[in-house]
Design a protein. Structure first.
Length: 464
């Protein structure tokens, strides 16, 4: 890995992000009657896409919005410009990562827009109207009455699987806004996050934007690399990153398989696996260090396996670092869909070896080829034996290369360290399929007790 390339400036990156920040700041106070500072943010966004096919529409939208006369089409154009700029940032950073790691380039996916029925069109229009009202009010102008306007739209969308993606986004977005009402009293506004959610939701209301990804079938061997655990107070998701080797001898591909579940906020740490384990046999394979043989497993054009236990069986032993050293260098990534091209979604599996470890300011850095790569130990889940201390004592690491707050970061998935003159691997997902580790057993027992109490209380409520 030529990590030193990660330190080189990316042309146009700062300018694109500055334009996005200017527009995001304009959304804080609302676009009903923009002030001169907000108008400058709108103009900056239009100038940033002046040389693109969006130029005329965005310039008109910026002018109309600055004059307080913007309609829905104008807000959609501004959201499209913002998304396009962040997409260009994503592509530039991905190109830099590919150059640094020397991995095969991704393939572009062919997508076709799908039509929507009349009911779906009406619901999209209702959602778009609510999102435009949010933009006019701004984050500082939100109140419960405005935020509650999303509820009937979400309720009408949820029964339709084709609309569930947007419904879930709107529901979560509205919940965040409701928890922050009234906006006028907010001490801190999550400017980038809310602008991300707003622009993504607005574009998903366009015909064909929320269509299901094209699905193919994958038959061959799946070699896990590690598990990324994402936890919320009421939900948890485990995403397994892996190399897929087609049975026909085709190019190995980087794929993901995800499983999620609702959870009570009392279930934390290793107890999370009790909620996820029954839903995906792959977690057992990860824990045991084994491959899985897939037979016609559905896979999207973006490389996401739609997991079906009936189409997978346990395979031979497959040690993660052996996979990373032998199979990972030749594995090609799938294309990223247009709406998913965002720098926050960059997560590229990499193997690092022979690095030096530097510690300072409560952070860990890996010194690789003269470049200090920050290690994001905050992303190491409590649901496994991997710890910041193990990371700091490691000599090899399989992780996800990410980009956040203007710098590249490494999220560790597994490390190799020397214990009593022996090389020992420590994995974030080591407890996924069950464990005999004392700490893991204690956490699982605590989670079992918590779930038992909750079930007993729920049963009493249902009997009343």
């Amino acid at each position: 890995m030529h990590a030193d390339l990660l330190s080189d400036a990316v042309d146009g990156l700062d300018e694109a992000l500055t334009a996005v920040d200017g527009f995001d700041d304009a959304l804080v106070a609302g676009l009903l009657r923009p002030q001169p500072g907000q108008a400058a943010g709108l103009t900056g966004l239009a100038d940033a896409v002046a040389g693109t096919p969006l130029a005329a529409r965005v310039a008109e939208a910026a002018d109309k919005t600055a004059a307080g006369a913007a309609g829905e089409d104008h807000f959609v154009a501004l959201a499209a410009a913002r998304t396009a700029l962040l997409g260009s940032v994503h592509d530039a950073l991905t190109d830099r990562i590919e150059e640094a790691i020397g991995r095969p380039r991704v393939e572009e996916a062919n997508t076709e827009a799908a039509g929507d029925n009349e009911q779906a069109s009406n619901l999209y229009a209702a959602a778009r109207s609510w999102l435009c009202d949010l933009a006019r009010a701004g984050w500082q102008g939100i109140d419960h009455e405005l935020v509650d306007g999303a509820a009937p739209v979400v309720s009408a969308m949820l029964p339709d699987p084709a609309l569930r993606r947007l419904a879930t986004l709107l529901d979560g977005f509205a919940a965040e806004l409701a928890a922050s009402c009234p906006g006028a009293t907010l001490e801190r506004v999550p400017v980038r996050r809310w602008a991300d959610l707003w622009s993504r939701a607005l574009l998903l209301t366009l015909p064909g934007a929320a269509r299901a990804s094209a699905v193919a079938e994958a038959t061959g061997r799946l070699l896990p690399l590690g598990v990324d655990v994402q936890e919320h107070a009421t939900a948890v998701q485990a995403q397994v990153h892996a190399v897929f080797e087609p049975a026909d001898g085709g190019t190995p591909r980087l794929v993901r398989a995800s499983v999620s579940a609702p959870k009570p906020d009392t279930v934390v740490g290793a107890g999370l696996w009790q909620l996820l384990r029954p839903r995906m046999s792959l977690l057992e394979a990860v824990s045991e260090g084994r491959a899985m043989d897939l037979d016609a497993m559905p896979v999207t054009a973006e490389g996401d396996l739609i997991w079906d236990d009936a189409r997978a069986r346990m395979g031979e032993p497959a040690e993660v670092f052996a996979t990373a050293r032998v199979a990972l260098p030749t594995a090609a990534a799938f294309a990223v869909s247009p709406l998913d091209r965002h720098p926050a979604r960059i997560a590229v599996p990499v193997l690092l070896e022979g690095y030096g470890v530097e510690e300072g300011d409560d952070r860990v850095f890996f010194r690789v080829a003269g470049y200090s790569l920050a290690v994001d130990t905050d992303r190491v889940p409590a649901a496994g034996p991997l710890s910041p201390e193990a990371v700091a004592a490691s000599g090899a690491c399989v992780g996800l290369l990410r980009w956040d707050a203007g710098e590249f970061l490494l999220q560790p998935l597994a490390v190799e360290r020397t214990v009593r003159k022996k090389t020992v691997a420590v994995h974030a997902g080591a407890w996924a399929g069950g464990t005999t580790d004392k700490a893991g057993v204690r956490a699982e027992k605590a989670a079992t007790d918590a779930v038992g109490v909750l079930r007993e209380r729920a049963g009493r409520l249902l009997r009343k």
